[in-house]
Design a protein around this ligand. Structure first.
Ligand code: GUN
Length: 294
């Protein structure tokens, strides 16, 4: 068997186009210009790339993009003051503070300071708690992207066995909740789980989000399973450079899985597209408009 490759790039591109259409509609019909503020502290090279991509894609969707760059040694009080200003700014509907933050900053305090109505990362405890309670919430972007990719293969996830490997607040935990909302049966595994290969072998849906290059082997995967690889790691390449790899041994998995996301070109593309969706949804909710059609 050779797995179908799930084309995250194409799916993300279609989603961005739908967001752009809806942005044009709310501008035209309601005079609403959705705006996203991204805050980057320090100059971590990977974060720089993400932030640049967020800026470009936000503008391409017709939304306002506000970028705030602060030095790595910024005082926490100054970062909190900026977040307070963005919370009060009527032109800003979404606020994203790029993670990870420098060690001198208490991440939890920063996450708690963002107005939950503008929390397009879905990390504020109000949103995380609402999601866990099955209430409407702004949900983290990467897990949202994972669900959309899975739904490109399966019209319904009801009754399917899913395993989420990884329990981070950004991916594993919210993904567990979103899968529950889809009526899947979910196992969440992590570094202390026993017999990960056996747990994985039961799953119709495999989500790998641990940040360990090629941890999930082809031999672990149930034939025909759908595999969503959230990992973004680098391994040494033959030419002395490095190559991007996910948390799944892709070539091995290709022979066993029914469908699989590549790295790059899978989940990564979806995160920013879902950030645009969340910003549009937040803008409509703040303006008292009905939920947009995306
Ligand atoms: N760093 C890596 N991914 C993310 C994300 O989805 N949100 C934030 N805020 N930081 C990140």
């Amino acid at each position: 068997m050779t797995a179908r490759i799930i084309d995250g790039k194409a799916i993300a591109s279609k989603l961005r186009a739908r967001v752009a259409d809806e942005v044009a509609r709310v501008k035209r019909d309601h005079g609403l210009m959705p705006g996203l503020a991204v805050v980057l502290v320090g100059n971590d090279p990977a974060s720089e790339i993400y932030v640049r991509s967020k800026h470009t894609q936000t503008q391409a969707a017709g939304m306002a993009s506000f970028e705030h760059r602060l030095p790595a040694d910024v005082a926490q009080a100054d970062l909190l003051a900026l977040i307070g200003k963005l919370n009060r700014d009527a032109n800003v509907h979404g606020i994203l503070v790029q993670l990870p933050l420098p060690k001198s900053i208490h991440t939890e305090t920063i996450i708690n300071a963002v107005d939950p109505a503008k929390d397009v990362d879905g990390l504020h405890p109000n949103n995380a708690g609402r999601l866990a309670s099955g209430f409407a919430a702004l949900s983290p972007c990467t897990p949202l992207g994972c669900i959309i990719l899975t739904r490109s293969v399966h019209a319904s996830l009801e009754g399917m066995n899913a395993i989420v490997i990884g329990r981070s607040n950004l991916v594993g935990r919210p993904l567990l909740q979103l899968l529950l909302n889809e009526n899947a049966t979910v196992t969440i595994a992590h570094s202390r789980s026993r017999d990960l290969p056996k747990l994985t072998a039961r799953a119709d849906l495999v989500y790998a989000a641990v940040g360990k290059p090629e941890l999930v082997r082809g031999s672990w995967i149930k034939p025909g399973a759908t595999v969503i690889d959230v990992g973004m790691n680098r391994l040494p390449a033959a030419d002395g450079k490095t190559r991007p790899v996910g948390d799944v041994a892709f070539i091995e998995a290709l022979d066993v899985a029914g469908a699989i996301t590549p790295v790059p070109g899978g989940v990564g593309q979806m995160t920013v597209a879902c950030l645009l969706v969340n910003t549009l949804r937040a803008a409509c909710a703040i303006a008292g408009l009905p939920k947009p059609a995306v």
